[in-house]
Design a protein around this ligand. Structure first.
Ligand SMILES: [Zn+2]
Length: 257
């Protein structure tokens, strides 16, 4: 980590930000929160050599500074699904399964969709770590899932094992005409998948069929799961490097579903 000094374009006072210039190729966007010296929230675009390319005030694109911490506004879930279509599911899947997500080209849209995504997870979705906002899409790391936010086009491999579950959660969520409830519903479901993956990694030590597995994780978590969710849970285990444990689950038997 390197400490950099940034001049606020609004009040001309100096802010310090901690950056990791080696974290990605190209220009990476960092968030500089409001502090005692300068009340403005800034987006600072820094390249891998540590040169500052642009400093932009975040407040004007919808940040609530009243509580002292940056709480940027996102799109509604319904809005994000409308704007990004299937790419939105890919983005959730990438974050869920620990793949680096790059949002690029249109920075304002990128920030907005980042805020929407971050609200869906109880675990931290950090800007500059698992999600990068960069201006030039061609500068994205090779192994990332890259979304051009100007055209809502996604590129890169993403594990689609969780897609059926994610699409069902989103569909059920937006059936409620209340964005807060919809966000909370998806967050509960995603957090339920994480808990179920924890249970599998703690309890499953021998081969088990999917029906018994569902009964077991439902008993342990108190949450109801469907067959598709098991695909998502096993993808989570594989993303945590627990492929051998995931392989203990026999998916073949669909009787009773
Ligand atoms: Zn300022």
């Amino acid at each position: 980590m390197v400490t950099m000094r940034v001049e606020c374009p609004v009040c001309k006072k100096e802010k310090k930000i901690e950056i990791d210039p080696t974290s990605a190729k190209g220009i990476v966007c960092y968030l500089a929160p409001a502090d005692k010296v300068c009340e403005h929230i800034l987006l600072v675009f820094v390249d891998e050599k540590g040169n500052i390319h642009r400093v932009q005030r975040l407040d004007h694109i919808g940040v609530d500074t009243a509580v002292g911490i940056p709480r940027a506004r996102g799109m509604s879930l319904r809005g994000a699904m409308k704007v990004f279509g299937p790419v939105f599911t890919d983005m959730i899947s990438a974050v869920l399964l620990g793949k680096t997500l790059v949002l690029c080209d249109d920075v304002d849209v990128a920030i907005t969709v980042y805020n929407t995504l971050a609200r869906l997870f109880t675990t931290s979705v950090s800007l500059g770590e698992n999600v990068l906002i960069i201006e030039d899409c061609t500068q994205a790391p090779d192994d990332a899932y890259v979304v051009n936010c100007r055209y809502a086009i996604g590129r890169g491999d993403v594990d689609t094992s969780a897609h059926k579950s994610l699409e069902r959660y989103l569909r059920e969520a937006i059936a409620v005409n209340d964005n807060e409830a919809a966000v909370m519903f998806v967050r509960q479901r995603l957090s339920g998948l994480q808990r179920a993956a924890d249970v599998v990694s703690e309890k499953v030590e021998a081969r088990i069929n999917v029906k018994n597995l569902i009964a077991m994780i439902e008993q342990e978590t108190g949450i109801t799961f469907k067959y598709d969710d098991i695909h998502a849970i096993l993808a989570l285990l594989r993303s945590r490097g627990q492929t051998e444990r995931a392989d203990l689950v026999q998916m073949g038997d669909l009787n009773g579903f």
